[in-house]
Every structure is written in C-alpha cells, then in structure tokens.
Design a protein. Sequence first.
Length: 357
Amino acid sequence: MVDDWSDVLSTLLTVLQSRVVAIASVISRGIVLYNAYFNKYQKYRTTLESFSIYSPMTAAVWSRYKLYSVVTVSLCLTFMLPTNFVKLYNMYYKHPDGSLLVTHFFFFYLQNFSMYLIENDFANRCFVVYATFRDINDDLNRLKTEHIDLCRFPFLGKAADDPWSNAAPSSTSRVVVYDKDFYCPRDKANPLTNIVEILKIRHWLTREAVVDINYLFGNHLGLSILSLSVLVLLDVYTGAFHSFANDRVDKKIFRSMLLFFACVLQYSYRFCVITILSNVTTNQAVNAKTLITDINNRYLDTSTQEELQLFYAQISSRCIEFTACDLFTLNTRLITSAIAAGATYLVILVQFHSGKN
C-alpha cells in the first residue's frame, strides 16, 4: 500500500495485507462460480418476478436507484483510482525494485477492485429492497391517513370507500388494484381487507428477497468486512508510525498524508456503505410493524383487523436483517465495534513494533 515498507512494517505484515485480499478475492470468485453453475440465483429472480406482479418498479424508484448507483460508484472510484495510480507511479519511479513492486501491487489493487464490484452488486440489490419497503410503508401511511383517520374523524374530509380513488393517475404508476387479490380476485365486499392483504404479500416477497440476498452475498460480505478492516488497520498503523514515530523514513519516498487519508477514506467509505445501507433497509422493514399498530383500531371491520394481525405476526415471526457469514449483523453498531476492535489491535501492533526496536 505504500512506497517503501522497509522501515515501517515488517515483511510479515506486508505479506499479510496482500494475502488477506488475495485469499478473500479467490474465495469470492469461487462462490460466484458456484452460484452461477448451480443456478443459485434462480430463487432470487423468481422472487423479483413474483413481486413485479403486485408492485412493478415505479419511475420514481427507478430514478432514485440510478441516482444512488451513479453517486456511490462515482465517489468510490474517485477515492480508489487516483490513489492507486499515484501509489503505483511512486513505486515505479522512486523504488529500486519498481517494476516488481508495481506488478505485485497492480494485481493486489485488481483483486481489491473485484471485491468492490461484489460489494456494489450487493448495495444495488439492497437499495432496491430498501425502496420497496419504503413504498410499502408509504402505502400503509396513506391507508391510515386517507381511510382510517377519515373514519375516526369524518369532519376532516370525505371518507371514500377507495382510499386511492381521489388520487391523480399520474401520482403513482403502481396503485393497489382490488381484483389482483391473492386469494379472492373477484371479492369486492371488503376492499380495505384486500388492500391490506396485497400489502402483506408485497412485504412477504420483499422479506424473501432479503433472505435470498443473504444467501447469495453473506459470505462475500464477511470476506469484504474482514479485508477492509485489515486494510484500514494496517494503513492507520503505518500512517501513525510515519507521522509520529519514525523520522528515519524518507518523506520523498514515503507516501504523503493526503495519500494516506485518501486510502483510509476509500476503505472506510466502502465499509460504511455496506453497514449503513443494510441498517436503513432493516429499519424500513421493521417500521411496518409500527404503522400496522397505528392502523389497527376499533373502527375497522373484523376481516381487516384479522388481516392486520396476520401481517404483524408475519413480520414479528422472522428476524429481518442482513448478516455476514451468519456471524454478525450488518448495522451501524458494527461500525463502532470495528473501531473499538481496531483501536485495540492498533495498540498491540504499536507495542509489538516498539518492543522490536
């Protein structure tokens, strides 16, 4: 990762850093080939096809998805490509064994980039799930505002049998249609019950997508989290020693502090995208329970109340979360845990280095 390792890191730690990424990349490629060969992606595709029957992706969601994808990829490439290019340039022109180092670290960066491609694939699929949960919650909010509240407080406005009857056709390209009810397609006696049941089915299919994504990407995410943690830890260690503990290193050969911060920012950004996006998606899924509780009241008919209770029970019966290797949950608490663990290992490395000197 740096121009000259000799005075800062031992050869053992240098090899450790590159080997961690190399092994993680090879295992990830093997998992991708295994999933592709045995058609493990079929269930996820079937889930998406089933969901599109009830709720095809709207133009607004598609626009948000494209914006998210462009912004996140652009930011990561902005951190990654210039930093790696500058480091390869410095290695080639400022190190005695420049050609050998450039060849070694070029493949190191290439493996690291392949890991990022899988992370980005997960993030894009996770964002689609997040947008879906958010749409379901928006429909639950509309259901509460335009029907339940009007039934309880009729002086607020005209209570219509169809909560979406007054909506403009252009307000959304996906409006809940009664005759697409899963069990009773021709039953118009309880339209509100049908709406709740369709929302329940949409939520169930989205939860199944979470399970499928965990199955497809859980091992990848575990390897990525491990690799990013090791890279950040050793980068911070070398940067701290260069700035505060080792004046013997030639600053013209060693990387600048700007390069150090860019490198740490790249890995930290990737780590945060995985954990924060997983966390907000999980929160959107769980928020439906609060909305269902607000909707379920004595002003509803018995069929709708039973449907809401089933909806709530289904969400509560399964833990909705993204995991890495089924070992730890991807949420914001993982960031604080990683910082605490990294600080502990950093102290150990510093003491080890001081003991050697």
